[in-house]
Each structure stands twice: as structure tokens, then as C-alpha cells.
Design a protein around this ligand. Structure first.
Ligand code: FAD
Ligand code: PHB
Length: 393
């Protein structure tokens, strides 16, 4: 067993772990990132695609935004389609801001490249198996790499290992969990097809929700509301396109461009928050602490917000020996995370079909969509949440 030492031991090389390592480096704080998967795997894992304005700014200000600025697609609004009509929410007019469509796996690539260029250490195929001494000032992470076990000794552990990682379970008895499962999932596809709309289309149709998104001018990302345990093999390409054509239909016609489907998968929908997000010297960030249903496009953005708070708190700790910001970490993040939870839950509730809804509830849902898209106050509320609430000062 070998033991290595660093200041901050980070479990997980997703957006949270990589961005934290980058932000710490800029503050002169050392870290080592442990990642269970290979570099190739994390650099190709298709996930989120929408960056909030504040996250875009953070990436630019910290010097990792060059490719994102060149290849990202700024979006100044989104379309809500219901009753077969389009209603645009104009972010630029309502908030003065935009969001950026840029793939999560490209951001992961950019962050890995930046860390390696700065001689940072990311250990791939290094599976964290247990955490030790969390309630002491010298915690350790035991990990397995190439069939051997090693210890990483550190001052602080950042649990950035996602919803299925080991960090949160290690302190579960000290946490309270709040959760909600939704009675549906999303069947998502990537297709070699030019996006059929310049802006994202969130469609509420009698047969269920559908979302038109994109990754580039030649690649579409599309989702269909489905059963949470939907068998993806029951969905031939033809069946997927036929269902998408139906759910995106619009008065006066809408042409959904079809193309070769290169990826298919089902994502369950869940809201989940753990309180607090810290125990002893373990700080949870990103999906290890909270999950949002993807309807508000918030998961990746929330992860970035957490680590911005954590990096600042660790700077005060290392520079001045102050623990006040670290002590406040959980409360600071949760105040924002609950607002983001609320928005994601609200968008999900407003846009999906619920099998249990009575005709009355369905009419109320359509009235809410009508209100949101016709009232400046309500549209502004949607827009300011979608482009991103400010990061904590
Ligand atoms: P993750 O990205 O899950 O990273 C955790 C890392 O830890 C992984 O690399 C994992 O391999 C590693 N790990 C786990 N266990 C261990 C271990 N024991 N040892 C070492 N490493 C470990 N969010 C948005 O903001 N906008 C969107 O449009 C959006 N769309 C989405 C669409 C889909 C289909 C999905 C699935 C998610 C979407 N999300 C979206 C959510 C977003 O992808 C996540 O919120 C984001 O990945 C969270 O980042 P993270 O770093 O916290 O966790
Ligand atoms: C995506 O492009 O993957 C995406 C966009 C918006 C969402 C969710 C996912 O709300």
C-alpha cells in the first residue's frame, strides 16, 4: 500500500471535480482527482448541453472558456410549444442574458486539458473504495488502481463522485435526504440531423412531453417522455421519429428533420437533496449532493455553482486559516440549490403529462402555460431562472 499526500483529495472527474481542481489551482491550492473510469470514457459520456450565463462567465474568467466561446451556440430564448402553437420566452429582452449550448463532454475535455497542461494530477481508472478519518483533520481516501490499493492522505475531501458514488453513503447516517421520483423518464437520442429549430423547443403534447435540443449545427439531441423503466429496445428508429413527429406537430406545419440515430438511452427523473452537504472534512458537491430532473437544464450548472463556493471557502482556509466560509458551505449552497430544485420541479410539472391528472388538472396545466407565456412577470421569472440565478456573493 502506497500513501500519497495532497491538500484536497477530489473523488470524481465529472464537471464538479475537474472544475474544483482547476479553481483550486488558480488559488495556489494542490489537489489530486481520482476517477473510476478511463479518460476516454469520461471524455465521450453524453450528458448535459446547456450552460447558464453565470457558468459561462466563470469559465471565461478562469481561462477555460476559449473552445466553448468558439464552438458554443448562444441562445437568446426558448420555445414552449403547447396547443400546437409556439410561444417564445425571450431571455435577451427579459433578462439581458443568454444561455450557451455546449456539450458537457466537451467541457470535461477542456477542463482535463487545462489541468494536465498545468501539471495537475488526475488519476484515471482509480476507484475510490472507502473514506477514512472524515471527522479528523487528516482524512484519507483509499482507492484501487491496477489491482493495488493505495491511500491518498489530505486535509479535506471533496466528494464530487455523482449520485452513485461512495462519498455520500460514507456519511449517510449524518444526513437527511429529501426526494421525489417522477412517474416517467426521458428517452434521449443523438442524431446526425441539422436541428429543426434554432432554439430549444419544450413541447407539451397530449401524448407526453418532448424536447428538441442540439449539440452542433449538424447534430440534434431529442428527448421523449416515456415510462421510467422503458425498454429502449422496444423503440426502433422509425418508431422514435414517428413519435417525435407527432409530439412536435404545430399548427401551420413543422418539419422535424430526421437523420441517423447514433445514441439512444433512457434517463429516470428524480429530485433529490441531501442536508447538510458536509460532514467533518468531507464536502459533497454536484450530483453527489443533489439531483434535479433535467427539464430546467440545471444539473451541471448547479455542480459548477457548488464548487465555486467551495473553492472560495478553501482559499480562506488555506490563506488565512479561516473556517467561517467552510462552515457555511452547506447552507450557502443549499439556499441556491433549493431554488434550482423548485424551478426544475416546476418546469417538470408544467410540461409533462401525468397519468394521474384529472381533466381539471390538465386544464390548469394548460392555463399555467398560457399564463407563463402571456404575462411579462411570469415569463421574466422563467427566464431569470433558466439563464441562472446569481452565484452566492
Ligand atoms: P458526474 O458528472 O456524475 O461525475 C461524477 C464522476 O465521479 C464520474 O466521472 C464518475 O465516474 C466518478 N465516480 C463515481 N464513483 C467514483 C468512485 N468510487 N471513485 C472514483 N470516481 C468515481 N445538466 C444540465 O445542467 N443541463 C442539461 O442539459 C442536462 N442534461 C442532462 C441529460 C442527461 C441525459 C443526463 C443523464 C444528465 C443531464 N444533466 C444536465 C445533469 C448533468 O449531467 C449532471 O448534473 C452533471 O454531470 C453533474 O456533474 P458531477 O460532476 O456532479 O457528477
Ligand atoms: C440537452 O441538450 O441535453 C438538454 C437541453 C435542455 C434540457 C435538458 C437537456 O432541459
Amino acid at each position: 500500500m502506497t500513501t500519497t499526500r495532497t491538500q484536497v483529495g477530489i473523488v470524481g472527474a465529472g464537471p464538479a471535480g475537474l472544475l474544483l481542481s482547476h479553481l483550486l489551482h488558480l488559488r495556489g491550492i494542490e489537489s489530486i482527482v481520482l476517477e473510476a473510469r478511463s479518460r476516454d470514457y469520461v471524455e465521450h459520456r453524453i450528458r448535459a448541453g446547456v450552460l447558464e450565463h453565470v457558468v459561462e462567465q466563470l469559465l471565461i474568467e478562469t481561462g477555460v472558456g476559449a473552445r466553448m466561446q468558439a464552438d458554443g451556440l448562444p441562445h437568446e430564448g426558448v420555445i414552449l410549444r403547447f396547443g400546437s402553437r409556439d410561444h417564445r420566452i425571450d431571455f435577451r429582452t427579459l433578462t439581458g442574458k443568454h444561455v450557451l449550448v455546449y456539450s458537457q463532454h466537451l467541457l470535461v475535455r477542456d477542463l482535463i486539458a487545462a489541468r494536465l497542461a498545468a501539471n495537475g494530477t488526475i488519476l484515471f481508472e482509480a476507484d475510490a473504495v472507502s473514506l477514512h478519518g472524515i471527522d479528523t483533520s487528516q482524512p484519507r481516501i483509499r482507492y484501487r488502481q491496477a489491482d493495488a490499493e493505495h491511500d491518498l492522505a489530505c486535509d479535506v475531501i471533496a466528494g464530487c463522485d455523482g449520485f452513485h458514488g461512495i462519498s455520500r453513503p460514507a456519511v449517510e447516517p449524518h444526513l437527511r435526504v429529501f426526494e421525489r421520483d417522477y412517474p416517467f423518464g426521458w428517452l434521449g437520442i443523438l442524431a446526425d440531423a441539422a436541428p429543426s429549430s434554432q432554439e430549444l423547443v419544450y413541447a407539451n403534447h397530449d401524448r407526453g412531453f418532448a424536447l428538441l435540443s442540439m449539440r452542433s449545427p449538424t447534430v440534434s439531441r431529442l428527448y421523449l417522455q416515456c415510462a421510467p423503466d422503458e425498454d429502449v429496445d422496444a423503440w426502433s428508429d422509425d418508431r422514435i421519429w414517428a413519435e417525435l413527429q407527432t409530439r412536435f406537430s404545430r399548427e401551420g406545419g413543422f418539419t422535424l428533420t430526421e437523420g441517423r440515430i447514433t445514441q439512444k438511452g433512457v434517463t429516470p427523473m428524480r429530485s433529490f437533496v441531501t442536508e447538510p452537504m458536509q460532514y467533518g472534512r468531507l464536502f459533497l458537491a454536484g450530483d453527489s449532493a443533489h439531483i434535479v430532473p433535467p427539464t430546467g437544464a440545471k444539473g451541471l450548472n448547479l455542480a459548477a455553482g457548488d464548487v465555486a463556493v467551495l473553492a472560495r471557502a478553501l482559499e480562506a482556509f488555506y490563506r488565512r486559516g479561516e473556517t467561517a466560509l467552510l462552515d457555511a458551505y452547506s447552507a450557502t449552497c443549499l439556499a441556491r440549490a433549493w431554488k434550482v430544485q423548485r424551478f426544475s420541479w416546476w418546469m417538470t410539472s408544467m410540461l409533462h403529462r401525468f397519468a394521474t391528472h384529472s381533466d381539471f388538472e390538465r386544464r390548469v396545466q394548460l392555463a399555467e402555460l398560457d399564463y407563463v407565456t402571456s404575462s411579462v412577470a411570469a415569463s421574466t421569472s422563467l427566464a431569470e431562472n433558466y439563464v441562472g440565478l446569481p452565484l452566492p456573493a
